[in-house]
Design a protein around this ligand. Sequence first.
Ligand SMILES: [Zn+2]
Length: 81
Amino acid sequence: MLSCKEAAGLVSKSLDTRLSWRERAALRMHIAICRMCRNYQKQLRAMTKAVRKSSAEAWLPPLRLSEEAKQRILRHFRSER
Ligand SMILES: [Zn+2]
């Protein structure tokens, strides 16, 4: 059986690389009986998701619009009013 420290190590490792089935099985077993590590995994996953999302947005190329496209958008907004 994993200790909490080992389980936490596997949780953070699982975010970077794929765990072997043996590691996954051990982690799952520990998570099933240990609420603390379950919460830890949940929090870490939520955090990673948020970070990935914001870095994906940061990586988007800056929006470059041609003058023509800008005018078209402006016209569109004006016609909505
Ligand atoms: Zn634990």
